[in-house]
Ligand binder design. Structure first.
Ligand code: PMP
Length: 440
């Protein structure tokens, strides 16, 4: 068939079981993927099925899901009860308007359930469909709040180098990984990126910009996509004190770290720190349906809710408080609670960190680090030809699917991974490193 004069593969008449080759041909003809370049997509893995921490592709190959897909499938794949919860809600009421003046039961009860799980002093949730929307919402809400407080000049947002907050136009401004910016400019105004783990540098930036111009500071409790960087123990307590001293709202981007990933329910709990706004996504549904949100402090909520009728918070997404997504989130939280997955993440996470730390002793590994069920190893690219990209490619051939950034291999398996599978994951990483480093 021809599309705009180009010969392309014939689309199938209906959903059918196609060969791998036919799927690749159609994919290459019709799909633009996240972070797309055709050279990276010549022989894609086409996933077909999942169960627990294991994925199978359409060719029947088995992979350990080394990154919980995109750090999100916390309860693992193939959970019938999440599918049933979604199907039940869809059959009853798949979607309904939840703009002010309307609501639905799954969203109401999920917001109430999150209030009980949220850090102290945060109880009001706005739902989105993902991480970037959540961070956009948090940033807009911070500006709105300061404007209501009579300080409309407080608009700037400080974020941290190597931080990833999503790539919508707003979140992209906060994302401080250089690869995400070229040719998408101009970036939105009002964002400044500061050194990631340095409270003194943060304070210097606050003073230089002028605290009266700064609305918010945003950070991941453990930087994820940037390469899995946990902070020094005193970093976030110091940041909290700085935000209080200078009147800056603290946005915790818990999109990866929420829902047990680090071994506590929220990442910031590791350091006993409470944010003013908490962004979440990913683990709220373990990826079964798209859902995210922002939880607001009572102080922010009180200001928003105390306005005259003509001062509305004019922020909205069609799919905010989506009943089916919220119903699936309930089922996901049921699994996390019933199976004690936060405690499991702490226990298995300790084992993961122990095994990664041992890799840190190898001459071709520069550093191994992590927290709970997220970890990374930095390679010496001079000692490992092709560095982390080659390692991740070879791990895929050996049955572990994960991702890398620059010279860093990252892992973050589902919280339900079997202990033997966790050992297998690290064995494959270790064996691949050893073999590739030796091949020099
Ligand atoms: N924040 C963090 C910490 C993330 O890891 C991500 C996605 N990896 C996002 C925000 C953006 O989420 P989404 O892709 O759902 O927009």
């Amino acid at each position: 068939m021809a599309v705009h004069g180009q010969s392309v593969a014939e689309p199938p008449a209906a959903a059918a079981s196609l060969s791998y080759e036919a799927l690749v041909e159609l994919d290459q003809a019709y799909l633009l993927h996240p972070q797309h370049h055709p050279a990276d997509h010549t022989a894609p893995v086409i996933f077909a099925r999942g169960e627990g921490a294991i994925l199978w592709d359409v060719q029947g190959r088995r992979y350990i899901d080394g990154l919980s897909c995109l750090w999100n499938v916390n309860v693992g794949h193939g959970r019938r009860e999440l599918a049933d919860a979604g199907a039940r809600q869809m059959a009853q009421l798949a979607f309904a308007n939840a703009y002010a003046g309307a609501s639905n039961e799954p969203a109401i009860t999920l917001a109430a359930r999150l209030a009980a799980l949220a850090p102290p002093g945060l109880r009001t949730t706005f739902f989105t469909t993902g991480g970037a929307e959540s961070n956009d919402t948090a940033i807009k809400t911070a500006r709105f709040y300061w404007s209501l407080r009579g300080q409309p000049e407080k608009i700037k947002v400080l974020s941290r180098l190597d931080g990833y907050h999503g790539v919508t136009m707003g979140a992209m401004g906060a994302t401080a990984l250089p690869a995400f910016h070229p040719r998408f400019g101009p970036l939105p105004a009002g964002f400044r990126h500061v050194p990631a783990m340095d409270a003194d540098a943060l304070e210097a930036a606050i003073v230089e910009e002028g605290p009266e111009t700064i609305a918010a500071y945003i950070a991941e409790p453990v930087q994820g996509a940037g390469g899995v960087y946990p902070p020094p123990a005193d970093y976030f307590p110091r940041v909290r004190r700085l935000c209080d001293r200078y009147g800056i709202l603290f946005i915790a981007d818990e999109v990866i770290t929420g829902f047990g990933r680090t071994g506590t329910f929220w990442g910031l709990q590791q350091w006993g720190v409470t944010p003013d706004l908490l962004s979440f996504a990913k683990g709220i549904t373990s990826g079964y349906l798209p859902l995210g949100g922002v939880i607001l402090s009572d102080a922010i909520r009180d200001v928003l809710f105390a306005q005259p009728p003509d001062v509305k918070w004019m922020h909205a997404y069609t799919y905010s408080a989506h009943p089916t997504c919220c119903a699936v989130a309930h089922a996901n939280l049921d699994v996390i609670e019933r199976e004690g997955l936060v405690a499991r993440a702490a226990r298995l996470g300790a084992r993961l960190q122990e095994r990664l730390a041992a890799l840190g002793e190898l001459p071709y590994v520069r550093e191994a680090r992590g927290l709970g069920m997220m970890g990374a190893v930095d390679l010496d690219p001079a000692a490992v030809p092709g560095s982390a990209a080659a390692v991740v490619g070879e791990m895929k051939r050996r049955g572990v699917f994960t991702r890398h950034r620059n010279d860093t291999v990252m892992v973050a398996p589902p919280l339900v991974i079997a202990e033997a599978e966790l050992e297998e994951l690290v064995d494959v990483l270790a064996g691949t490193l050893r073999d590739l480093a030796r091949a020099r």
